[in-house]
Design a protein around this ligand. Structure first.
Ligand code: KG4
Ligand code: ZN
Length: 333
């Protein structure tokens, strides 16, 4: 079965063609992502109105390139999987309307997919994961820990009470004048810095040991920058901040892995591209006899291959959604 995946929940316009043989056995034939970073960089964050406009301009070209790279045409597509939430409603609508139009025109079934399910299952594009497994989803919009009890059954064990981890990276990068988005720049800068140089707080949420909180660290960096008058090297600041975020992500994740006795931890979402987070979580998991599985960088950040994969399980069962489904900014998992 050839599935066309479409993703437009935030500021990436993405299309992919996934070939699925049976549940869990899939090959990515193509995965195209048109990134809007340049458009939003001036504003230091995603401007919803501009994101929607860019999606409108980019969605059909992205789909056409995805089909060409996969060596197929519209007529070869058997079904369509599209993100219907959570995300920016104006952005979601562009992908969803496009999917509805194509599904009707080609005459194939369409399913709406939860963006977070896409992130959770993204590691399965390249790896076989034993169920149950633990998934740490860390992106610009979300930070949460899920116990994957089965495909389609996700128990949320913890979540951020304020900022997402990626949001903290982006806000600190902005404070440091590093541009938007800032995660990758901080990651690179940190490689030349000392993670122990600054003593930054590691927040814990009272009575909720598996929850996260990242607003304090951002404020701590802001206050630090105010006081030090530019004396601290950017590399040291980046490394110390990154180390604090990694510590705050690791503690609840490892605690959950012990509590629910899972052997495999999947790390996913844009921040899963962070080299320090990958290295430290890998080492910590190994020390406890567990295994870390993280997708290739291209599948960490928003992409449509993960959406096609998440949709594939329902499509293979012959399910389809009505063309009346709506985009939902706060779609629950
Ligand atoms: O999953 P994603 O593409 O979009 C959302 O659904 O949010 O994640 C984007 C986030 C941004 O906040 C970006 O700064 C962060 O992922 N990010 C990183 C790295 N690469 C991207 N954060 C830390 N280190 C990185 N190497
Ligand atoms: Zn995402």
């Amino acid at each position: 079965m050839l599935i066309l995946g479409i993703e437009s929940s935030c500021d990436d316009t993405a299309a992919a063609v996934l070939e699925v043989v049976e549940p869990g056995r899939a090959t990515v034939r193509s995965s195209v992502v048109a990134n809007q970073d340049k458009v939003h960089a001036t504003y230091g964050g995603v401007v919803p109105e501009l994101a929607s406009r860019e999606h409108i301009l980019g969605i059909l070209p992205a789909i056409e390139i995805a089909l060409r790279e996969a060596g197929c045409e519209f007529g070869d597509i058997d079904s369509i999987a599209v993100t219907r939430g959570p995300g920016l409603v104006g952005s979601l609508l562009v992908g969803l309307m496009c999917a509805k139009g194509l599904a009707q025109r080609i005459g194939v079934p369409m399913v709406g997919v939860n963006h977070l399910e896409g992130h959770i299952l993204a590691p399965m594009l390249e790896h076989t994961l034993p169920i149950p497994f633990l998934a740490l989803v860390v992106s610009g919009g979300h930070t949460a820990l899920y116990l994957v009890e089965d495909i389609g059954r996700y128990r949320r064990l913890g979540r951020t009470r304020d900022d997402a981890a990626g949001e903290a990276f982006d806000k600190v990068a902005k404070l440091m004048g590093l541009g938007y988005p800032g995660g990758r720049v901080i990651d690179q800068l940190a490689q030349r810095g000392d993670p122990k140089k600054l003593r930054l707080p590691r927040a814990r949420v009272k009575h909720a040991p598996l929850d996260f909180s990242f607003s304090g660290i951002k404020t701590a960096v802001a206050l630090y920058l105010q006081d030090d008058g530019g004396a601290t090297a950017a590399g040291d600041l980046a490394a110390s901040f990154q180390e604090a975020v990694v510590d705050m992500l690791l503690r609840p994740t490892l605690e959950a892995a012990r509590e629910f006795d899972v052997d495999t931890i999947a790390l996913t979402g844009g921040v899963a591209a962070n080299s320090r987070l990958r290295a430290r979580l890998d080492e910590a998991a190994r020390e406890e006899g567990r295994k870390l599985v993280a997708p290739a960088f291209k599948y960490c950040t928003d992409n449509a291959a993960m959406i096609a994969l998440a949709g594939s399980y329902r499509l293979l069962r012959g399910e389809r959604d009505s063309l009346a489904i709506d985009a939902e900014a706060n779609l629950p998992l």
